[in-house]
Design a protein around this ligand. Structure first.
Ligand code: CO7
Length: 355
């Protein structure tokens, strides 16, 4: 029986020591014991997200493991686990730099499953590509909720446009596919060079945001009726742009980070929200304000539903991963990958480090 199996007491992982504020690889990082309802994954690939590069200063729990995204093979499971078997390939997300459980980041030789925020990978998806799903599915899923839109088990009856600002970002390629699956119609901003790819992920039309009249063009395309905007970039210019494109009756604006209040204040008929990725676990957030949150059973249940649905969609080929560029050579390359992501060297592709 594998019911008592567990991992080693320590493993190699990428941590942050608050004093130095630098990401570094250590060989002797404790691996928490497996609980009855958890399984253990030997990590084979991790993806670097822009958010990993922002876990500095007061986001850091001293000695905490960095990283959200992982994929690998199940090597042990607790006695209550029945939905995965030893040898299954899985991917998922971790709640990194959670002060209550700082050793649960994804950038380690082992990952312990977190709630239902994981899925079994079908043979059609490589482990490297699987490593990109964690933050992407979680972020896009929360965005749908904040937009007041359903999940793919209950598509809308009346399709409507959704502006996806930053159509070539990793969040957008997942969000646009989910929008199509719920019968909504994504339109997106991106550079002309990315237009074909953005359409391949679901955009009906793309708009070059560098053109001065771009927001007006979107307003005309949507006949001054656009009611939904998802801002995958989020700065003063992008919030202003989305507000200018939304139609006369207002609607919903959702961003990936806190947005500029002075822009939002200009249109009270626009409801707002911003995505806090790790809220998908339902265990709240210990990150500093305004990123702190109390636990939420509602979000926990939503996350479980989202990831259960996503597993089926990925298996059916209806939810495809973002393009990847891989770095070989193991966890040692994660700090380098983070620098490259920060400097924009992975634009349009997820940085995936192979272990
Ligand atoms: O989810 C979490 C936990 C779950 C359990 S934690 C959150 C995880 N999510 C992230 O870390 C992503 C958050 N997003 C961002 O940090 C930003 O929105 C950026 C802009 C960095 C997007 O990151 P992504 O990695 O998706 O994008 P990228 O670096 O690959 O850039 C893609 C494209 C660029 O090529 C530009 O496209 P074109 O078509 O315009 O050439 O995004 C575009 N872009 C901009 N567009 C307009 C980049 N910066 C842009 C800008 N304005 N300032």
């Amino acid at each position: 029986s594998d019911s008592t199996a567990s991992g080693p007491a320590t493993h190699r992982a990428v941590i942050i020591e608050a004093a130095g504020d630098l990401a570094r690889v250590r060989d002797d990082v404790p691996l928490p014991p497996l609980r009855d309802d958890e399984f253990l994954v030997r990590t084979e690939a991790v993806a670097v997200n822009p958010s990993d590069t922002k876990m500095r200063g007061n986001f850091v729990t001293d000695g905490g493991i960095l990283g959200t995204d992982y994929a690998g093979t199940v090597v042990a499971r607790g006695r209550l686990v029945t939905d995965v078997a030893i040898g299954d390939r899985v991917c998922g997300a971790q709640h990194a730099m959670n002060a209550n459980e700082p050793l649960r980041g994804s950038f380690g030789e082992y990952n312990i499953s977190a709630g239902r925020i994981w899925l079994k990978l079908p043979p059609s998806i490589s482990t490297a590509s699987g490593a990109t799903f964690g933050a992407g599915i979680s972020t896009a899923g929360i965005a749908l909720k904040l937009l007041g839109l359903p999940l793919p088990d209950a598509p809308v009856e009346k399709p409507a446009y959704v502006l996806v600002y930053g159509g070539s970002t990793a969040t957008a390629t997942i969000a646009m596919q989910l929008l199509r699956l719920i019968n909504m119609i994504p339109i997106a901003t991106c550079s002309p060079k990315n237009a074909e790819q953005v359409k391949a992920y679901g955009a009906e039309e793309t708009f070059d945001y560098k053109q001065p009249d771009c927001a007006a063009k979107i307003k005309a395309y949507t006949k001054n009726n656009l009611r939904f905007a998802l801002d995958c970039i989020t700065n003063v210019q992008t919030t202003t742009f989305c507000y200018a494109a939304l139609g006369r009756a207002g609607g919903r604006y959702v961003s990936l980070d806190p947005f500029a209040d002075h822009v939002a204040a200009t249109r009270p008929t626009v409801k707002t929200g911003w995505v806090l990725g790790p809220s998908i676990f339902g265990d709240g957030s210990t990150w500093p304000a305004p990123y702190g949150r109390p636990p939420s059973d509602e979000l926990r249940a939503y996350g479980e539903k989202l990831w259960t649905l996503a597993e089926g969609l990925v298996a059916d080929g209806k939810l495809r991963p973002h393009p990847v560029k891989t770095l070989e050579g193991g966890l040692e390359r994660v700090p380098e990958g983070m620098d490259m992501v920060k400097n924009g060297q992975f634009a349009g592709e997820k940085c995936v480090v192979l272990l």
